[in-house]
Design a protein around this ligand. Structure first.
Ligand SMILES: [Zn+2]
Length: 259
């Protein structure tokens, strides 16, 4: 990794002083490519903290437009963005926030046909989208290409954040966790069930933290990447539980790779 120029050393001084990050870790973040799927309640804070962390390249994928009901939790957007494409407005936000970050906005609904090329070359994919069909397509593409997946979801007062590396012999993929039942189902319960906005913020920013953990894992950083661990965030208690997801040898996504 090459050394950071002086203006970047200033910008990331609070990171670099951390022994867990340091100059080498910050250079690693600057050399990383993160693909964000979904720029909603999770994608908004996740993007803000990943951009703040100096991730060098970000791909922003979403096919939706900003709606007034989004503003309660999707912190990237304001009233001026209503009716505009989320991916394009997020790209505009990012260019203003840090012009040195390379950004690509992609307005597309991710499916099993296009997921592979979209995530090619990524160091990690952070999926905060709103439906299972997309989540499973993203997961299968990650397994096939050997790309780690940070999956995050939220509803009401509950959040879930898990790190998946189904391409590894003993680690689960997202499909091991949820099974095949949701492949064709567009299961967006957010509108029906509701969601406290700050809950999306907690879940999204924790997902960004876990993505950074994965990116820094090769150099020690924040410790192990926590593959196959699902963290359950409870906003009412409040508290957090952690469970381990077992690799399913019969999994359609990663079963052939079982050790
Ligand atoms: Zn699997």
């Amino acid at each position: 990794m090459s050394a950071l120029p002086p203006d970047r050393l200033d910008r990331f001084a609070r990171h670099i002083v951390l022994p867990e990050v340091g100059g080498a870790g910050q250079a690693r973040l600057a050399g990383s490519h993160v693909v964000l799927v979904g720029l909603g309640g999770i994608g908004s804070p996740a993007l803000q903290y990943l951009a703040g962390a100096g991730i060098g390249k970000l791909t922003l994928i979403d096919d939706d437009r900003v709606d007034a009901s989004n503003l309660q939790r999707q912190t990237l957007f304001s009233e001026a963005d209503l009716g505009h494409l989320k991916a394009e407005r997020a790209e505009t936000w990012l260019e203003a926030f840090d012009p040195q970050i390379a950004v690509q906005a992609v307005v597309i609904r991710v499916d099993s046909a296009n997921a592979g090329p979209l995530i090619a070359g990524a160091d990690i994919v952070l999926d905060g989208c709103d439906n299972f069909a997309t989540r499973l397509a993203v997961s299968d593409a990650c397994v096939a290409r050997g790309v780690p997946l940070l999956s995050a979801a939220v509803g009401r007062f509950q959040g879930q954040v898990g790190a998946f590396a189904g391409h590894l012999p003993d680690e689960a993929c997202y499909r091991c966790f949820v099974g095949d039942a949701f492949d064709a189902e567009d299961c967006d319960t957010c509108a029906e069930d509701g969601m406290l906005g700050a809950m999306a913020g907690w879940t999204g920013s924790f997902a960004a933290l876990q993505a950074i953990r994965v990116l820094l894992a090769p150099t020690g950083g924040l410790g192990d990447p926590q593959w196959s661990q699902l963290h359950l965030l409870d906003g009412l208690a409040p508290g957090m539980r952690t469970m381990r997801i077992a690799k399913d040898p019969e999994c359609r996504g990663c079963g052939a790779l079982a050790g």
